[in-house]
Design a protein around this ligand. Structure first.
Ligand SMILES: C[S@@+](CC[C@H](N)C(=O)[O-])C[C@H]1O[C@@H](n2cnc3c(N)ncnc32)[C@H](O)[C@@H]1O
Ligand SMILES: C[S@@+](CC[C@H](N)C(=O)[O-])C[C@H]1O[C@@H](n2cnc3c(N)ncnc32)[C@H](O)[C@@H]1O
Ligand code: SF4
Length: 375
């Protein structure tokens, strides 16, 4: 069981905070789509014939594609792989793209899950982020998708930035609960060095992020969504029973996935590889039937640390038996030695051979994971 990720590296506007790979220049869109098909061909054996359980169109902004363009990619995948009949096929969509005509078009594709980039339901916040949509489009895009029969919808929200008062945060969460969205991903605003936001802060045109505010809003999010029957199954992800994301869960469970497109990364169980994050170079290389990637063979210790980091962030926690069986007793003892401190503090619980973050511990996931790393 494996996944395929397709990266669509185009956006209408550059959000001030975003450091993912995208371009606002769409001149080479046709060439890029041809290169994606070429890469799919060249990587046809990457998954070793495993059946494909999930396909995820991410970006950038995949909702700029027409239904026909999406179908062409999915047809290609179908000719090269066995795609499970029940496969989860997600498309990341920005609200400004989801007008009635586009939704109708998307009904004619096999896409069965939308990840809508809402971020906020307030105009001033969306402008502050330089998003291409407004608050009313945020809401209407969700309702339109639901009216057209799309049930499996996840929405992204961002918190922890200066403009977001607790009152607005409450309303953003409540709006998604009221709209009966079954899955929510929510991220604390991070200031990435190469972004406009970082440059505004350096020039004192913007306040830096406030960690206390962010922690408070994260706690509030956890409490409200738990009251509304969401499982907090990964630090940034909440879903109602039966609606958890299969694609992302497979990343956390260490399953294989093939990433196609510029900046996409792949994992075959042993090595990680990632494609060049440059549209022109990507197209040029594939026109010569060469995949422009770098790779890294993970050592057992690196694999163990990665496992500790991703598993600790999930509600299933770190499986101590798995560590003992796959990596040996010594590593297990070393990890347990460090974990004692956090178990005493009640940041981590140790039940049935699992280390799981407590409510308080969720605030310190990254710190705890880095302390547990084997060096
Ligand atoms: C890379 S975007 C792609 C999907 C789509 N273009 C969108 O904007 O929603 C995926 C998610 O990452 C979030 N994201 C990107 N940069 C971030 C940052 N610096 N801090 C927090 N969230 C961020 C986006 O807001 C979005 O919800
Ligand atoms: C920040 S996450 C948001 C997930 C989404 N809200 C959900 O739960 O369905 C998604 C972003 O991570 C990046 N991403 C995911 N898988 C990737 C892969 N295999 N290679 C490169 N980028 C990837 C893409 O930029 C994508 O927009
Ligand atoms: S957040 Fe989404 S829409 Fe905004 S620049 Fe990044 S990928 Fe594009």
């Amino acid at each position: 069981m494996a996944g395929i990720y397709i990266h669509i590296p185009f956006c209408k506007k550059a959000c001030y905070y975003c450091d993912f790979h995208f371009s606002t220049n769409w001149k080479v869109k046709t060439e890029l789509l041809a290169a994606i098909e070429q890469e799919l061909e060249l990587q046809r054996n990457y998954l070793n014939g495993e059946s494909v359980e999930t396909v995820y169109f991410g970006g950038g902004t995949p909702s700029i594609l027409t239904g026909e363009e999406i179908n062409a990619i999915l047809d290609k995948i179908n000719t090269l792989h066995h795609v499970a009949a029940s496969a989860e096929i997600t498309l990341e969509a920005n609200p400004d793209d989801l007008d009635a005509a586009k939704i109708k078009e998307l009904r004619q594709t096999a896409v069965n899950r939308f990840s809508i980039g809402i971020q906020s339901f307030f105009d001033e916040d969306l402008q502050w982020m330089n998003r291409a949509h407004n608050a009313s489009e945020a809401k209407s895009s969700i309702m339109r998708a639901q009216d057209a029969g799309f049930e499996n919808i996840t929405c992204d929200l961002i918190y922890g930035y200066p403009l977001l008062t607790n009152k607005k945060w409450k309303e953003n969460i409540q709006t998604l609960i009221d709209l009966q969205i079954p899955h929510i991903s929510s991220y604390s605003m991070t200031v990435e060095p190469q972004t406009a936001l970082a440059s505004f802060i350096r020039k004192n045109k913007q306040q830096p992020m406030n960690e206390e505010q962010s922690a408070e809003q994260f706690q509030y999010l956890i409490e409200e969504l738990s009251k509304a029957n969401f499982l907090h199954y990964e630090i940034s992800n909440f879903g109602k029973e039966g609606w958890l994301s299969k694609h992302n869960s497979n990343y956390w469970f260490g399953k294989k996935y093939l990433g196609i497109g510029p900046s996409a990364h792949s994992f075959n169980g042993e090595t990680r590889q990632w494609n060049i994050a440059n549209n022109y170079k990507y197209i040029d290389s594939l026109s010569q039937k060469k995949i422009p990637f770098e790779e890294e063979l993970l050592s057992p210790v690196q694999r163990l640390n990665e496992y500790v980091m991703t598993a600790l962030r999930t509600m299933w926690g770190i499986d101590l038996k798995k560590i003992e069986n796959n990596y040996g007793k010594e590593f297990l003892e070393e990890i347990m030695h460090t974990a004692e401190k956090y178990i005493d503090k009640q940041w981590v619980t140790n039940n049935e051979d699992k280390l799981i973050l407590s409510k308080e511990g969720k605030l310190y996931a990254d710190l705890i994971a880095s302390e547990l790393f084997i060096t």
